[in-house]
Structures are given as structure tokens and as C-alpha cells.
Ligand binder design. Structure first.
Ligand code: GLN
Ligand code: ZN
Length: 756
């Protein structure tokens, strides 16, 4: 049996690529130096994979920003406005990713969206009616040859044409069907080129197939693949799916001339059933995704070997694979010096997963693997997990009642109380919470962590930052203020660190988008709150201003979704535990005079099952109640805000309203405010702040631009329900652009008020 992975992380084991790219943005290093960093990262990873004994080593899984963007550039899907500026190829690429404002022009970034059910964000490519799709790029070929020159045969990876068509944004009249022939031909040219260079297997990623697939979808897939099949000669084609099962189309796909089919046994609940329900063609290979590419727990060898045996018994030729790209897990446990071995033994990051693949490969070759030390040690891990049950937490959870999920009184009555209590102007202005995490903020945290600063020094520093931040907000003229979140490295890690039941890593970074990485905590055991977490910061901030100060918390679903979750209890149970801990914090803030509390559910949409039929049963039926459990205990005049980072919730709009917050702010600026219609149609009750400008880009929006956005909003949202705010937290931005943008935002709000 051979082994494979779908893709590897690419930011570098110590985020080398991130740092080099950011230097390149600041013009501190040249393009040649950046390219060299990329080459070095690729070389190291290929050699590591080769040394581990991996049979199918991927190439073209590297990216300077994002694979969807790479694919767009490869096939010339570059909107005119980015071509006009006359940038170099790399600058055009980065302008599409992040926007550009400077001597050569002023272009916005392309939209960014979450990649299926992950916290990775991809760039949404656009086609215009006159876009000439053809193979104009060279990246997969260069990378294939680069590996070949090191003596390493790789399996080039491309995002498949069907998924690409499904995720494209169509700016003109042409739709997917109209684009399919030229896109298919361009892919065919790429496949031909890879074959001519010597590629023996080519992987086409089609995660879109794990959605509910219709007959039309299947037809589109067949159409776009027709030229590719015609171009196939010496190379084999692997159709790779992940993030779920392909129950609707598996049989149809088996009829097509692919040489390998990759399926996900981890997230694909029906995968086993589907695979065993029909005969497997003799001329194909099944790439069985049995190692979790998304979570960090050790693989359970007895279970995996059992499935492998069943597949072999059914006469199915198998390559052992990961369930998805390892992009979603950190690089290596080797950099974790603080975590005790008794914990570490339970984890496998990307590098350790390579070891697992190798061990499973040799175990699977034995007639009785159960006597092997590797097998015995692995099996033992699953019977001995220390330190994870907290009886008090379980007891508390067992006593919650239905009424604990409902806030009293109902929305309208609360809204009236709050109107009187706050006397805010029409179109209140606010921000989402964080202010720029400038170098001094990060340095202070590092100094504290290393023990170079005392707790007192650290607190004083943060208090000064809070005071400056409040002064700035008052000067800018914002209505509802925030303390700035300077004490937080990350909105989830910060809470995790203050709750019992979490474990932390030092260097376990995972790419979120572009150069942004996150370090998700690990939920190890039952969760509870040790003591007040944010109360001292928020009350200090409130003491400095007459304006209402918004307390800032992260909600339970987001904490769960941005952590590595447990696999020994249900997600629902884990989330309710977190909800109770955050509820304690909400009530504490209220008791201490904080009258507006924002509970961020940035990642609520993220884990929505990809198949509609699973949405409620498997997710929303507990995710929404978890949020309600957090805030149901507050007084009518306390205003509860929430924030979601993702504008695409048109389809779950009722569920969002059911969260029963008083105000919701969300990201809308990068998606053309498409959500407004559905807010109107669905009589959305919660007051809304659809972000008026994009904080993911350093460009400063003009007053006019913001006013245009607000006017669009006012066409669909009643004036008394509209808030004005940026579309997300400001922590990744610089101070200068932040002040300039907020100044324009407040000015726009003032001018619009005058128009009323
Ligand atoms: N309150 C958080 C912040 O402003 C929200 C961040 C987010 O939505 N990702 O940083
Ligand atoms: Zn956000």
C-alpha cells in the first residue's frame, strides 16, 4: 500500500514566508529575495516528505497568498483594472489579493471568503465577459521542475475546474456553462504540459463535490472535464474530494476516465457506506482519506487498519491518504517545548502525520499488526487520557433548563428600554473591538511572557494604551467606544488561556489568509472559568469615558470553531460548557457597570455543514442555543451586540435573528452588500451594522465611498436599525490608515444624519 497527502502547509515551520512577504510589502526585501524564501520552503518540505517515505508528494500546493488566486492567474482570470496599472506579475497578484493604493493607481482587493467549512480564506476570482481564459501562467510547471531537479517526483496539485467554476464570481452575463469550454481547454493545456514534463499523477481538487450535487452540476463537471480527458496520455488523473462525502455522485464519477478517486473518510459520514455499496472499477485506485487533515489528535490505528482491511477485502486498490490538505494543521510538535509529553503523545501535526502514514503503511503490510510496539502504543493512547473530566461542569450542564435559553423581555420591549438608556444619535458609530496591534503592543506581550516585565508593568502599559485609544476614539467622534483589545494576542486564544480545559502551543501556527496565521488552542478537557477575564480592562476603560464602553467577548461557537476540538465528547456538549463559562463573564461585566456587551461569533457560519439537509440537525440546533445561553441572563437595558466575520448568511438569516442579540455587525463591504435584500425580505429584527469599509486592506476609504455604501444600506434597512462601523476588528491595520479611515467614517455618518 502506498501513501499520499493532499497538500502541506506553506507558511514555513516558523512562518518564514509570512515574514518575508510582509517585508516585501514594505519594500524591505526584493522580489528575488522573496522568491528565494519560497523556493527554500518548498525544498525543505519536499525533502522532508521524501525522507518520511511518503509515496505521493504534492507540488504546486505552495502559494504566496492563495491557491484560488494562483489558479485565476494561471488561467488569465485577471480583471482589467489590475492589468491597467502596469504592475509586475507579482505585484498584480498581490494587488488582486490585498488591493493597491499608490502612485500606480487605486484598486480594491478581490473578495475573500471562507474555504468551505474551514477558517482558511480564499480569494474569490472574477470573470468578466471579455476575460480570455487560457493557460498563461507557469507556476505548476516551475514547481514541478524545481522538485524534479532535486530528484523528487511530485504529484502536481490543481484546484479542479468544476470547483473553480462554482466559486468564480461572474461579473458579466456569462455563467459557468458559458465559461466551461474555454476553462476546460485551458486545464487541458496545463495537463498536457505537466505530462510533457514527466508528471505521472496529477491531482485535481474538487471539494465542491461534497455539497448537494444536482444533475446540472454533474453535466457541468462532465463538460468542463471533456477536453481534459481528451488531453490525458501518459499522466494519470486523480479526482480529489474532501470536507465531506460524495454520496450523490460517487457512482457517476466512477464512470469517468479518472485513474484515482480521493474520498474523505473523516468528515464524510456516508463515505464508508457509499464506497462499499457498489463495485469498484478494476482500473482505478481509491485514495482513502483516513488521517484527519484538520484536527491534531493522533490517528486511531486499530480503527484505520480495520477500514483498510475491509477495503482490501473488497478488492479495492488503496492509497492511504489524509482527509484533506494538511494546510489546516500546524507544522510540527518539535517546536513545542512547554507542553508536557503526556499531552504531546496525543497529538500529530503535519510532520507527525507523515510518521503516522509511514507507520500505518508498515503495519498494514503485516498479517497481525496487533503485536507491534507502534500499534500497542497507539491503542493505549485512547484508553488513557488524563485530566479531562470535571464533575462540577458536568453537573451544572445537566441542570440547565429551557428557560435558560431565552432572554426576557422580547426584542421590541428591550429596544425601547435601551433607546431611553443610551440616547445614541441616529446611525451610531462604533468599531468591532480591536485597535492596531502596533509593534509596542506585541513587544509588551512578549516581555511579559518572557518574564522581563512584571505583571504591574504589563498592566500599566495596557492601561496607557487603553487611555490613548479612548482619547483617539473621542477625538474621532465615535459614539460607542471600545478598549482596544491590546491584551489579546488572538480573540480565541486569549479566552482559552483564561479558561480551564484548554491547552496551548507556542509555534503551532495555521494560515488563516495570506500572511495572517492563527494559533488555535486545543480543547483538552471540560471547560470552566477560573475568574473574571475581561472585567478589569473594561471597567478601567469605562472609568475614563462618558460614552458607553462596549465590553468585548468571544462567543462559544467561535471559541469551539477556532480551536482544535475534542473527539471524545460531542461538539454540542463542549460548546455548552464554553457557553456557561462566557455567561459568567457577561453577568460579571454587567454587574460592574458595562452596559453594552459584544459577544463575537465571528466563526458561526464556518462549521455550517456543507449539505443543507444537515444544517439544523447537525449544527444550528445547538449552535444558536449556545449563544442564547450566554446572554439570556442580562437586564433589559443591557445591550447585547454580536459580530460575524462573514457576510454570507443570507441562507441562515432566520437562525442569525434567532440568536436574539440587540445589534449585529458583520462583514459586508467586500461582497457588494449582497446581503441587504435578504435582511429586508426576511424582516430581520436585530439592528445591523453591515461594515461600511473593508479592513482587510490597507487602503483608506473616502467619505463619498462610505456614504455611497450607507445609502445603499438605507434603501433596505430602516434608519433606526442601522449602525455604522468598519467590517471587522482593526488589529491587523496600521495606526495612520486606521485613524484616517475612521475619521472618514464618522464624517460620512454626520453628513448622512444631516440628510435625514
Ligand atoms: N472583536 C474582535 C476584533 O475586533 C473581532 C475580530 C473578528 O471578528 N475576527 O478584533
Ligand atoms: Zn470580523
Amino acid at each position: 500500500m502506498q501513501t499520499s497527502i493532499i497538500g502541506y502547509p506553506r507558511v514555513g515551520t516558523l512562518r518564514e514566508l509570512k515574514f518575508a512577504t510582509e517585508k516585501f510589502f514594505k519594500q524591505e526585501i526584493s522580489e528575488t529575495q522573496l522568491q528565494e524564501t519560497g523556493r527554500e520552503i518548498r525544498r525543505r518540505q519536499w525533502q522532508l516528505q521524501k525522507a518520511s517515505g511518503l509515496d505521493f508528494i504534492p507540488s504546486n500546493d505552495f502559494s504566496f497568498y492563495d491557491l484560488m488566486l494562483d489558479t485565476a492567474v494561471l488561467f488569465n482570470c485577471i480583471p482589467k483594472e489590475y492589468k491597467k496599472a502596469g504592475f509586475t506579475a507579482l505585484d498584480t497578484y498581490f494587488a488582486m489579493a490585498r488591493g493597491y493604493q499608490g502612485e500606480k493607481g487605486d484598486v480594491k482587493a478581490l473578495a475573500m471568503k471562507k474555504w468551505f467549512n474551514t477558517n482558511y480564506h480564499y480569494i474569490v476570482p472574477e470573470v468578466e465577459d471579455d476575460t480570455e481564459i487560457s493557460l498563461t501562467g507557469t507556476k505548476p510547471f516551475t514547481e514541478y521542475q524545481e522538485a524534479a531537479a532535486l530528484g523528487i517526483q511530485t504529484k502536481p496539485v490543481l484546484i479542479g475546474p468544476f470547483t473553480f467554476l462554482k466559486l468564480l464570481r461572474y461579473k458579466g452575463r456569462k455563467n459557468a456553462a458559458a465559461i466551461a469550454p474555454s476553462l476546460g481547454a485551458a486545464y487541458a493545456a496545463a495537463v498536457q504540459k505537466l505530462q510533457s514534463l514527466g508528471a505521472t499523477w496529477i491531482q485535481l481538487d474538487e471539494p465542491y463535490l461534497v455539497h448537494d450535487i444536482t444533475g446540472d452540476d454533474l453535466q457541468l463537471l462532465k463538460n468542463v472535464y471533456a477536453p481534459i480527458f481528451a488531453a490525458k496520455s501518459t499522466g494519470k488523473l486523480l479526482l480529489q474530494t474532501y470536507f465531506g462525502d460524495i454520496r450523490d455522485c460517487y457512482k457517476d464519477l466512477l464512470q469517468l476516465p479518472f485513474d484515482g478517486i480521493g474520498v474523505d473518510f473523516i468528515e464524510g459520514k456516508e463515505t464508508q457506506h457509499t464506497v462499499f455499496s457498489c463495485a469498484f472499477p478494476k482500473d482505478k485506485v481509491l485514495f482513502a482519506g483516513l488521517l484527519n487533515g484538520k484536527n491534531i489528535w493522533r490517528n486511531h490505528y486499530p480503527k484505520t487498519l480495520e477500514i483498510l482491511q475491509k477495503l482490501q477485502a473488497a478488492g479495492i486498490p488503496v492509497v492511504l491518504n489524509t482527509s484533506c490538505s494538511l494546510l489546516h494543521v500546524p507544522y510540527t510538535l518539535q517546536h513545542e517545548t512547554k507542553l508536557d509529553d503526556s499531552y504531546k503523545a496525543h497529538f500529530a501535526f503535519a510532520e507527525e502525520k507523515l510518521t503516522e502514514l509511514a507507520e500505518l503503511k508498515s503495519l498494514s503490510a503485516l498479517s497481525d499488526p496487533t503485536k507491534e510496539p507502534a500499534y500497542i502504543a497507539n491503542a493505549a493512547l485512547f484508553t488513557n487520557r488524563h485530566d479531562c473530566v470535571n464533575e462540577a461542569v458536568r453537573q451544572r450542564l445537566s441542570t440547565i433548563r429551557d428557560s435558560d435559553f431565552t432572554r426576557q423581555p422580547a426584542f421590541a420591549e428591550r429596544a425601547a428600554c435601551q433607546k431611553k438608556a443610551f440616547r445614541l444619535p441616529l446611525f451610531p458609530t462604533t468599531t468591532i473591538g480591536s485597535f492596531p496591534q502596533t509593534a509596542d503592543v506585541k513587544a509588551a506581550r512578549t516581555a511579559r511572557r518572557k518574564g522581563e516585565w512584571t505583571e504591574r508593568e504589563y498592566i500599566d502599559f495596557n492601561r496607557k494604551k487603553i487611555a490613548d485609544c479612548l482619547r483617539l476614539q473621542e477625538e474621532l467622534g465615535l459614539d460607542v467606544l471600545v478598549h482596544g483589545e491590546f491584551e489579546r494576542n488572538d480573540m480565541v486564544e486569549y479566552f482559552g488561556e483564561h479558561l480551564k480545559g484548554f491547552l496551548f502551543t507556542e509555534k503551532a501556527w495555521v494560515q488563516s489568509y495570506g500572511t495572517r496565521c492563527v494559533k488555535p488552542p486545543i480543547i483538552w478537557g471540560d471547560v470552566s472559568r477560573r475568574q473574571a477575564i475581561t472585567v478589569p480592562w473594561s471597567t478601567y476603560a469605562q472609568s475614563l469615558t462618558e460614552h458607553p464602553l462596549k465590553g468585548m467577548l468571544t462567543g462559544p461557537v467561535t471559541i469551539l470553531n477556532w480551536s482544535f476540538p475534542r473527539e471524545d465528547i460531542s461538539l454540542k456538549e463542549s460548546t455548552y460548557q464554553i457557553a456557561l463559562a462566557i455567561r459568567d463573564e457577561v453577568l460579571d461585566l454587567e454587574k460592574n457597570g458595562i452596559r453594552i456587551i459584544q459577544i463575537d461569533e465571528a466563526a458561526l457560519r464556518e462549521k455550517l455543514p456543507l449539505r443543507k439537509s444537515d444544517w439544523f440537525r447537525e449544527y444550528l440546533d445547538w449552535a444558536i442555543p449556545a449563544f442564547r445561553l450566554v446572554h439570556s441572563g442580562v437586564r433589559p437595558e443591557t445591550q447585547i451586540h454580536t459580530h460575524m466575520c462573514y457576510s454570507e448568511f443570507t441562507d441562515i438569516i432566520h437562525a442569525i435573528d434567532q440568536m436574539d442579540a440587540d445589534v449585529i455587525t458583520f462583514e459586508a463591504s467586500r461582497s457588494d452588500l449582497q446581503i441587504l435584500d435578504s435582511l429586508l425580505e426576511n424582516k430581520f429584527q436585530t439592528a445591523v451594522g453591515p461594515g461600511v469599509y473593508d479592513i482587510h486592506s490597507p487602503r483608506v476609504p473616502s467619505v463619498e465611498e462610505i456614504k455611497t455604501a450607507v445609502h445603499k444600506m438605507l434603501a433596505k434597512i430602516p434608519a433606526e436599525k442601522l449602525w455604522i462601523n468598519p467590517d471587522c476588528g482593526l488589529k491587523t491595520r496600521g495606526l495612520a490608515e486606521t485613524s484616517a479611515s475612521l475619521k472618514n467614517m464618522v464624517q460620512a455618518a454626520r453628513e448622512i444624519r444631516r440628510e435625514q
